[in-house]
Design a protein around this ligand. Structure first.
Ligand SMILES: [Zn+2]
Ligand SMILES: [Zn+2]
Length: 124
């Protein structure tokens, strides 16, 4: 189950997802995905550090360009703003897997339709 879940996660990178909304449905895979913004700051002098989000969020340089410290912390942002956009990193978190129940309902409906038609044929 867990392996399947991670497999699914790597299948779609949700690249066509809107970044201006807190969460929306991915047009490529149908999952409900939440946009999460993070800032990486130096623990020593508190400046914003350039960062990237891979498996985990990390500053792109080992040492702070301002004070030389290698310690950093990650700040979660509620909302992204213009001053942070060059530094903030985006992580996309799947809130809900694609909803397959909609498909099942359709199949059921089709089955009912077929059986209804058959019933009509039998009445003839
Ligand atoms: Zn997707
Ligand atoms: Zn620093």
């Amino acid at each position: 189950m867990l392996i399947d879940f991670f497999k699914h996660k790597t299948e779609c990178s949700h690249e066509h997802l809107r970044s201006d909304l807190d969460e929306s449905y991915c047009p490529d895979c149908g999952a409900l995905v939440r946009n999460k913004w993070y800032l990486v700051r130096c623990s020593c002098c508190n400046i914003k550090r350039k960062a990237f989000a891979g498996y985990e969020i990390k500053p792109d340089a080992k040492y702070c360009p301002n004070c030389g410290s290698s310690d950093f912390y990650i700040q979660e942002l509620d909302k992204i703003n213009f001053t942070d956009i060059n530094y903030a990193v985006l992580k996309r978190i799947v809130v809900q897997q694609p909803n397959c129940h909609t498909n099942q309902v359709w199949v059921e409906k089709e089955d009912n339709l077929i059986s209804a038609n058959k019933l009509l044929e039998l009445r003839k």
